[in-house]
Design a binder for this molecule. Structure first.
Ligand code: PXG
Ligand code: PLP
Length: 451
């Protein structure tokens, strides 16, 4: 095996020999399939990637739901470069640096009131585990230490930490990993294609599914339940838009029973649904919001949890010299991530990108729903700049049709994402009408010839 260890690697995107593809165990990837026919990205700018063989790829998915400002945006790149040269790292525990406070203030400015304190971490998975830990600790701090139960939802994705997969509702993400966390229960998911196929935006049907929470409260008793966590719009498992009134109902029931409501907005925050947060779009304010991805437009890993003053103040009661929450990460509020975050939020504001997403959403909806009647398509769902196209599964091979569509779109120069037989779209908020049309027509053409 010849390794290129003595040769420069950073500046020349190398064409790798098959043996050189072995060492990297790729996440959520069909490793053997990939390594037999790699799809290698080399550069990114605006709405486009280029591959290592020089092809231009229109990015219909903002990387992985994260590059909301588009790729390689100059103000973000320069902020990261400047910060790397100024101060690479500062200890996160018992020390601070100005950009961390500036970013927290900017996030609070965008957040729905009364959410006004931010805890930083490095990913959505860490954000979820942080939020669940804060929920348990808060209940304990207010004298409700028996509230240890956490409620998630079927088809929920909350990252891959032990907390996240326990409250998550994706069988394949759970079944290999043992007993998970004890004391977790799940609400039913809200997708019903029979009732709601081809709904534009929020379905009329399904608010009553929130009442299942009352049933779980009856079963377990409110005095044992700490928190409910849901994605306001479930992204990963195929764009499940909340039925009208559903989130309001969850809010009422949680409030009535002293249960915290956590919105996992790792995908939906920062303009993805044409608002600051999905909480704003749907008009429901939870007790905590988790975020990641769009906060830095994907340029440096970062995540966090926004909590209300009530939650924060509950912890600020011991001796003044005492640490109030025994939780944090080496890289909480990393200077490069904070620099990227501040520059990203400035850019969103300067270019009014969330309003742009809201203005583009009806055009996006129109284009997506033109796929009604296309071969294999059994449902189209959308909210903001998020679209889901559900295909009928192939007999005996669930997911195959979705994956083949993804591969063929990539061959034709368009990046989308599939989750089983559902195609997901989430272009950067700078997407142009012609690019929306190109993404949709590529999908239509691919489906025409697909078995
Ligand atoms: N919560 C939600 C709601 C998410 O969507 C996470 C937590 C975990 O974030 P990290 O940063 O730990 O990955 C996510 C991430 C897809 C896809 O194709 C979705 C995610 C990540 C990668 C792919 O739908 N969501
Ligand atoms: N494992 C070991 C041995 C550590 O020393 C640390 C942090 O100091 C961690 C894990 C946690 O790492 P992080 O703070 O980056 O999450």
């Amino acid at each position: 095996m010849t390794l290129l260890s003595d040769q420069p690697r950073l500046s020349d995107p190398p064409r790798l020999a098959p043996a050189e593809l072995e060492a990297y165990w790729m996440p959520f990837t069909a490793n053997r399939q990939f390594k037999s026919k790699p799809r290698m990205m080399a550069t990114a700018e605006g709405m486009y990637y280029t591959t290592d063989d020089g092809r231009r790829i229109l990015d219909g998915f903002a990387g992985l739901w994260c590059c909301n400002a588009g790729h390689g945006r100059k103000p973000i790149v320069e902020a990261i470069q400047r910060q790397a040269a100024t101060m690479d790292y500062a200890p996160a525990f018992q020390m601070g640096h100005a950009l961390a406070f500036e970013l927290a203030n900017r996030i609070v400015e965008l957040a729905p009131k009364p959410l006004d304190h931010v805890f930083f971490c490095n990913s959505g998975s860490e954000a979820v585990d942080t939020a669940l830990k804060i929920a348990l600790a808060w209940q304990r701090a207010r004298g409700e230490g028996a509230r240890t139960r956490l409620i998630g939802r079927e088809r929920g994705y909350h990252g891959v930490g032990f907390g996240g997969i326990a409250v998550g509702g994706i069988p394949s993400n759970r079944k290999m990993f043992g007993a998970l966390m004890a004391g977790v229960d799940h609400l039913p998911h809200t997708l019903n294609i029979k009732e709601c196929a081809f709904t534009r935006g929020q379905p009329e049907w399904g608010a009553h599914l929130a009442d299942e929470l009352e049933r779980l409260v009856q079963l377990h008793d409110a005095s044992t339940i700490a928190a409910v966590i849901v994605e306001p719009m479930a992204g990963s498992t195929g764009i499940l838009v909340p039925p009208k009134g559903y989130l309001q109902r969850l809010r009422e029931i949680t409030r009535k029973h002293g249960i915290l409501l956590i919105f996992d907005e790792v995908i939906t925050a920062f303009g993805r649904v044409g608002a600051n947060f999905a909480a704003d779009l749907f008009g429901v304010v939870p007790d905590m919001i988790t975020f990641a991805k769009g906060v830095t437009s994907g340029a440096v890993p970062m995540g966090g949890v926004i909590v209300s003053n009530t939650i924060y103040q509950q912890f600020m009661s011991g001796p003044p010299g005492a640490i109030e929450l025994f939780h944090g990460y080496t890289y909480s509020a990393h200077p490069l991530a904070c620099a990227a975050g501040v520059a990203t939020l400035k850019l969103y504001k300067d270019e009014d990108l969330f309003a742009r997403a809201a203005r583009m959403a009806p055009r996006f909806e129109e284009a997506l729903h033109s796929l009604k009647g296309a071969r294999h398509v059994i449902d189209v769902r959308n909210i903001g700049l998020v679209g889901g196209i559900e295909l009928a599964g192939r007999d005996g091979a669930p997911g195959a049709r979705g994956f083949e569509t993804y591969l063929k779109c990539f061959e034709r120069g368009v990046l989308i994402r599939n989750t089983a037989d559902i195609l997901a779209l989430a272009p950067a908020l700078i997407v142009e009408e012609a690019q929306i049309d190109e993404i949709v027509s590529t999908i239509r053409d691919v489906l025409k010839d697909l078995a």
